[in-house]
Ligand binder design. Structure first.
Ligand code: HEM
Length: 400
């Protein structure tokens, strides 16, 4: 029987049985159709590490936002893409270089590292609330990144509860299979978040604090400053990009360590392995599974010419398990060193929050190891039905 890459791709994105483990299907694509144009949506699909990294780093590829105001989902439905001021994720050079540069001035490693004690305190408080048993995602993995980004941006503690449900809705727009209801909810929540941030920007403009928002308002390169709408749209991006991704990293860390008790034991005996363990979770089960690009000029990747005007999907979870990159890629192994991953993308859009996500993962893992010897998952996890941002919505645990 000939291999049908479209059928495999459709199964990956739509079969509820596959979402918990798409990796065998990724392996089939990587082996039989590592670069192919799917007839489903006319996009090129890449599953090998070297090919994907080359594409993500190639200046002949970039964001296609603004080229069209319509996007086609895998199931064939069409939807509008939001226009207006674009976040850095949607920009190409030189605009991307300018905006990312200005935001990065405030999103410094120093500002991230300064958050460490506060993040550790948040982990303790949330684990106290969980009390060793219940839904780990709802009680810890979801509120932690939401609160951490709020602290980073400078959202007062008393407002964080209000923002949490809004940011839960935000990210659905990037999914291949978003329903009109999901998109409408994202639209409403996005508008409420912007309204809230507009007010906060006015307050920080009047009275700057030592936070990211004040930094972004003030950041200037000579005469050049971020406009008000650039501050707003990039703050919303930081929320959208930084919270559910990290929620899934935390949930995946617990799932994988419970599934691999020998690895949990290694960590328990050697805490210096914690950063490697987080890297391995990122490699083995990355929270972002799909990264997209638009191709501006013909490019040759892995012996295939992808013509100008094409759009692409790189399947990051497939690339991270490419056997030409890593030995025995299907084995979860917290002792790996020099792990290479595409989990944070590659090239000019490489995740701005990677250090913060790692910090959160490491802090929480450390606290869990301090507190609990026995980790157990007591129910089959409930998957959020999304492949681009893939992870569980609820994870019932018992820690003792
Ligand atoms: C485990 C957690 C995270 C994962 C897996 C992740 C993944 C990614 C990926 C794959 C990209 C590249 C998108 C592309 O190439 O089109 C990206 C970009 C980005 N991420 Fe993250 N991210 C995480 C956490 C965070 C956090 C905590 C923040 C901020 C607080 C953040 C902010 C951003 C921003 C601003 C960009 C856009 C950068 C640009 O366009 O230049 N991310 N992230």
């Amino acid at each position: 029987m000939t291999f049908d890459p479209d059928a495999t791709l459709l199964k990956i994105f739509t079969d509820p049985e596959t979402i918990s483990d798409p990796y065998p299907l990724y392996a089939e694509l990587r082996e039989h159709a590592p670069i192919f144009k799917t007839e489903l949506v006319g996009r090129w699909v890449l599953t090998r590490f070297d090919d994907a990294r080359a594409l993500l780093r190639d200046p002949r590829c970039g964001s296609g936002a603004g080229l069209t105001d319509e996007r086609v989902s895998l199931d064939g439905t069409k939807r509008k893409v939001r226009s207006g001021t674009l976040s850095m994720l949607m920009l190409n050079p030189p605009d991307h270089t300018r905006v990312r540069g200005l935001v990065a001035r405030s999103f410094t490693p120093r500002r991230v590292e300064k958050l460490r004690p506060e993040v550790e305190q948040m982990c303790d408080d949330l684990l106290d609330d969980l009390g060793g048993e219940g839904d780990f995602v709802g009680s810890v993995a979801f509120p932690l990144p939401a609160n951490v980004i709020s602290a980073l941006v400078g959202v007062p503690a008393e407002d964080r509860e209000y923002l949490r449900p809004l940011i839960y809705d935000l990210t659905v727009g990037i999914e291949q299979t978003a329903s009109p209801e999901d998109l409408a909810a994202a639209e409403v929540s996005g508008a409420k978040l912007t309204e809230y941030l507009q007010d906060l920007v006015a307050r920080r403009r009047a009275e700057p604090q030592d936070d990211l928002l004040s930094g972004m308002i003030q950041a200037a390169d000579g005469e050049d400053k971020l406009t008000e709408s650039e501050v707003l749209v990039n703050t919303s991006l930081i929320y959208a990009a930084g919270f559910e991704t990290t929620t899934h990293l935390l949930g995946n860390a617990v799932r994988q360590l419970v599934a691999h008790p020998d690895q949990l034991e290694l960590l328990r005996n050697d805490r210096s392995l914690i950063p490697q363990a987080i890297e391995e979770v990122l490699r083995y089960d990355p929270p972002v599974q799909v990264d997209g690009r638009h191709v501006f000029e013909d490019i040759e990747i892995g012996g295939v010419t992808i013509p100008a005007g094409s759009s692409t999907m790189t399947l990051l979870g497939a690339c991270n398990r490419d056997p030409s990159l890593v030995e025995d890629p299907e084995r979860f192994d917290v002792t790996r060193t020099d792990t290479q991953v595409l989990s944070f993308g590659s090239g000019i859009h490489y995740c701005l929050g990677a250090a913060l996500a790692r910090l959160e993962g490491e802090a929480l893992l450390g606290k869990l190891l301090d507190r609990y010897e026995h980790w157990e998952i007591t129910e089959e996890p409930a998957w959020r039905n999304r492949m681009t941002l893939r992870g569980v919505d609820a994870l019932q645990v018992r820690f003792r």
